[in-house]
Design a protein around this ligand. Structure first.
Ligand code: GSH
Length: 264
């Protein structure tokens, strides 16, 4: 599997492999998003640059996280993560249907550079949380997870809940109090605590996604900067927390710890 360690779409696959006890059966190769993709990788993807991609020995490589998840689930059915009962799988799929809109809303909100539009983006996120809450209330038999355990919809959403730590940090966005968010709040908390889903931390996310908070995604550079916050070097652990104020003047490479200043 070719992946970007902090990518939520890659994390979905990592969580599923971990739940199936297959993490050690797969060779993971990290891809530096800030550099052009090597030729062999573009051949595997037929020219697209997004990760993850899984190179299945002797077969055509497969991209797109949702497609990869389904393939792994069918190839390695034991233990099942998606519900085996077709009707139960349809129920959990009602929630999964929201993943695209949810992902887009969160990324658009963190990337928004127009302070006057903050409320608009916040409302869009809250509306989606209310819709997810309603699906859980109306269709989920479980009290925390959709069913009694961390399963299919949880694999798909948990990496997004973790990326959206950047909304707490850069936008001060928290789920408000209120009954209309109670069910989804419980679900989210249980997802975040899942032992098989601890691949990333808030510190890592908030340091790496600073450039997203400045409106630049996928390794692109904000004006005046020369090193992406997605870079592997220097390691994120060795860098300071970025400023939370995404609408103020941008931090420099030096302030972000991306360039070591030589002391004389
Ligand atoms: N729809 C894709 C999205 C994958 C995606 O956007 N990956 C990002 C990293 S989080 C990426 O590789 N971006 C770099 C690029 O597109 O060149 C999936 O579900 O796998």
């Amino acid at each position: 599997m070719y992946h970007i360690p902090v990518c939520p779409f890659s994390q979905r696959v990592e969580i599923l492999l971990s739940l199936k006890g297959l993490s050690d059966e797969v060779d993971f190769h990290t891809v530096d998003i800030t550099k052009p993709r090597p030729e062999f990788l573009l051949e595997l993807t037929k020219g697209t640059t997004a990760m993850p991609v899984i190179d299945v020995p002797g077969k055509t490589a497969i991209k797109e996280s949702m497609v990869i998840l389904r393939m792994i689930e069918s190839m390695f059915p034991d233990p099942p993560v998606a519900r085996l009962d077709p009707h139960e799988h349809a129920l959990e799929s009602l929630l999964v249907e929201k993943q695209g809109a949810f992902t887009t809303a969160g990324y658009m909100m963190v990337m928004n550079q127009d302070e006057a539009k903050r409320d608009e983006f916040r409302e869009r996120m809250l509306k989606l949380y209310r819709e997810m809450d309603a699906v859980l209330v109306d269709y989920a038999p479980g009290d925390t997870f959709f069913f009694g355990r961390f399963g299919w919809s949880e694999v798909i959403f948990t990496p997004m809940f973790m990326r959206f730590w950047f909304l707490e940090y850069y936008e001060g966005f928290e789920l408000p109090e209120g009954a209309e968010y109670d069910r989804v709040r419980r679900w989210r908390a249980a997802c975040l605590a899942e032992p098989h889903a601890q691949q990333v931390t808030p510190e890592e996310i908030n340091k790496l996604y600073y450039d997203y908070a400045r409106g630049k995604g996928n390794g692109a550079l904000p004006e005046g900067r020369s090193v992406s916050t997605f870079t592997f070097e220097p390691h994120w652990r060795d860098r300071p927390m970025p400023p939370k104020d995404k609408y103020g003047p941008g931090a420099t490479d030096e302030a972000l710890g991306l360039i070591q200043t030589v002391s004389r």
